[in-house]
Every structure is written in structure tokens, then in C-alpha cells.
Write a protein that binds this ligand. Structure first.
Ligand SMILES: [Zn+2]
Length: 375
């Protein structure tokens, strides 16, 4: 018992480190320093809007004087306490063109250098496409940041595959096929292929014909600490005029295109719950937003790899985004694949073909290895 109490006290001490905020003006950057008494785990959460970023630190110190920072460079700094972490939400001004985050020792400090706009910084940022979101994700700056904060190495990547629908919810039905059966068949094949690679551990949200709520599927992924969440579906078109493959990522604002809106409505039919993080509604909203931003940006990065491989074996139509309940897996990159159209006779024929299912699954596997291991 005494031992237990001692451990408890030690844990408390460990999570209640004092944080000191410091700053310094330099000619070409403005430095913000978060000083801690000893080394702490921290994580940087980038946003789609590159003016906002979050530094999440594993401590719950509550005495932080954020007023010292110059508003000229840091437009706002919100400090959010949730559980054992303290989240610093930075919004930088338009005088800043980029930032670098790294650590220094003795005393341990997290250094955030906000690079000023006046003096052009030398970067070898290359434009990958003319899609701004893709550029942010694939761009030099993010990759550079990832290198410095990467803490998860040499662990098996956990992939959660979610065969859509099941049980009382058959999904789309056409051309002698039920969506729930095809989804499960692809998911099982995909699991079999990925599991041959020792770098991965794979879980299915269902491995039989049973009904699972969308919310429970996301909870499953969170509990398994998934590194990637892939929901498998088949499309259907009431007019039977559509065919081909679509990959969807999460967009909290909802679908952009009319077609995506239709898919969003159909796939969200079973929705009741939304992802809840804490009982405090304000914290809940902000923290969920933070984690969800990783889900969105990283999901989109994975979607580009899917396109790279799938386009060779199917009529790959588009990567789109919509507000899918099943993709609200905070912090986990998530995609929903609409394999092909059950309502299209040629697509349905392919879905009945085992060789096609295998090729399709193998392409997803290639995209997964690229996503995690390609430099
Ligand atoms: Zn579906």
C-alpha cells in the first residue's frame, strides 16, 4: 500500500513540473522558450492553417505568464490544460514566415524560433503540386519538424481496418452483391497481406457479419492506439451512372462537392454520437479540434499514396473530403475508401473477382508502406 502511495506521489511530482516562458528578439527571428525543470515529453501538432500550431507538453503546470510575449509576432497564445498535458496554442502574426521547434539541454527547454519575414530565410522548400494543402503536408518545413519531434521509432505500426456496415445494416445492395460482404472480404484480404510484413500489427473492427455503431468503430481504433485507420466501403449510385474509385478524408466543414455530399449522407446514416474527449465542452472542442487536425492532414497525405498505387489498377476518380463520422478518430490518420460502385455492372464484376480483390488490397498495402517508411 505504502509503495502504491509513493508511486502515486512520484507520478504527481513528475506531471507537475514548473514551466517558465521566456522570449528573446533576434535580428531574423523571435525566440520563444518554454523552460522546464527536467526533460519532458512533448509533441507538436501542426494545423492546416500554418499560422497556428500547438506544442503539447506532458505536464500540468498552471503558472504561466504568457503576457510577456510580443504581440507583434505572437498574435495569441492560449494555454489549455487537459489531463496531464499542457497545450500551448500559438497563432503567429503575418510578420512571421515559418517556425522551427527543437530542444536544448541544461536546463531542458523547448525552443520555438519564429522566423521573421523581412529577411528571407534560406529554405530548400520545393513545390510538390499546386494544391496548397498537399504542399503544406508534403513540404519541407513539416518534414523537417517531424524529424526533430519523432519519438515513435522501431515500434510496430498499428493498422485498424474497418469493413463498413454489417449485421442489420447491409449497406448498398446491387448486382447480386451486398456491400457489407464485399467490404469484409476486402478487409480480410488486406489484413492477410499486411500481416506478412512484421513491421505491422493489424486489427479489424469486425471479422464477422455483425452490426457496429460508427462511434464504436472510432473508439476501437483509439483503444488499439492505431497509427492508421482505413474504412472500406463500396459506392452506389441511384442513377447507376457512376463508376470508379474514390478515397475520402475527413473534412469537418462537410463535403465540398455534390457527389461527396451524397456519399457523406449515405455513410453517415447510422451516426448518433460524436467523438467526446472531456466533460468540459470548451476543452473538449479545442482538444478534439487539435487532434482532428492531425487526422485530416495526415489522412490526406496517406490518400495521395493510395492514389499513386490504386490508379494503376482501377479507374481512380478522385480524393475528396466530407464530414464522415467514422473518420473522427482523434489523432489517427484516417481514410474511407469507396472501392468501386456496386451499381455499375462492370465494377460489380470486378468486385466478384478474387484476383482483383487481391490486387486492390496489395495496392493499399504498398501505399501504407510508402506512407510510413518512404523518406
Ligand atoms: Zn458504405
Amino acid at each position: 500500500m505504502l509503495k502504491k502511495i509513493l508511486i502515486f506521489i512520484l507520478l504527481c511530482v513528475n506531471t507537475a513540473l514548473a514551466l517558465k516562458l521566456k522570449h528573446a528578439e533576434h535580428s531574423d527571428f523571435y525566440r520563444v522558450v518554454i523552460e522546464t525543470e527536467k526533460p519532458v515529453k512533448f509533441e507538436e501538432i501542426p494545423f492546416l492553417d500554418s499560422r497556428i500550431f500547438v506544442v503539447s507538453i506532458n505536464t500540468n503546470s498552471r503558472k504561466i505568464n504568457k503576457k510577456i510575449l510580443k504581440r507583434k509576432y505572437v498574435k495569441s497564445l492560449d494555454v489549455i490544460y487537459s489531463g496531464d498535458t499542457t497545450k500551448f496554442v500559438f497563432e503567429v502574426s503575418n510578420k512571421i514566415q515559418g517556425y522551427k521547434i527543437y530542444t536544448l539541454k541544461k536546463p531542458f527547454r523547448i525552443v520555438i524560433d519564429l522566423l521573421k519575414k523581412e529577411k528571407k530565410q534560406k529554405t530548400d522548400k520545393t513545390v510538390v503540386s499546386n494544391d496548397p494543402i498537399f504542399d503544406i503536408i508534403m513540404g519541407y518545413e513539416l518534414r523537417e519538424k517531424k524529424k526533430t519531434i519523432s519519438t515513435k521509432i522501431n515500434t510496430r505500426k498499428i493498422i485498424v481496418i474497418d469493413p463498413g456496415h454489417g449485421g442489420k445494416d447491409p449497406g448498398a445492395i446491387a448486382n447480386g452483391l451486398r456491400e457489407k460482404d464485399v467490404n469484409l472480404k476486402i478487409a480480410r484480404k488486406l489484413k492477410e497481406i499486411i500481416e506478412k510484413d512484421p513491421r505491422f500489427k493489424v486489427y479489424l473492427t469486425r471479422n464477422s457479419d455483425r452490426y457496429i455503431k460508427l462511434y464504436d468503430r472510432t473508439v476501437f481504433a483509439v483503444k488499439k492506439k492505431a497509427d492508421l485507420f482505413i474504412s472500406i466501403h463500396c459506392n452506389s449510385s441511384p442513377t447507376r451512372t457512376e463508376s470508379g474509385t474514390y478515397v475520402y478524408t475527413l473534412n469537418l466543414r462537410g463535403a465540398r462537392s455534390k457527389l461527396a455530399r451524397l456519399v457523406e449522407q449515405r455513410e453517415n446514416k447510422a451516426v448518433i454520437d460524436y467523438v467526446r474527449v472531456s466533460s468540459n465542452p470548451v476543452v473538449n472542442r479545442i482538444v478534439a479540434d487539435l487532434a482532428i487536425s492531425t487526422t485530416v492532414t495526415e489522412g490526406r497525405r496517406f490518400a495521395y499514396y493510395l492514389k499513386k498505387y490504386l490508379k494503376h489498377i482501377t479507374d481512380f476518380k478522385d480524393i475528396d473530403s466530407a464530414n464522415f463520422a467514422v473518420l473522427k478518430t482523434p489523432g489517427i490518420p484516417s481514410v474511407l475508401i469507396e472501392t468501386l460502385y456496386l451499381t455499375d455492372p462492370a465494377d460489380a464484376q470486378l468486385l466478384k473477382n478474387d484476383q482483383f480483390i487481391e490486387n486492390f488490397s496489395y495496392s493499399i498495402y504498398n501505399a501504407i508502406t510508402d506512407y510510413f517508411f518512404r523518406e
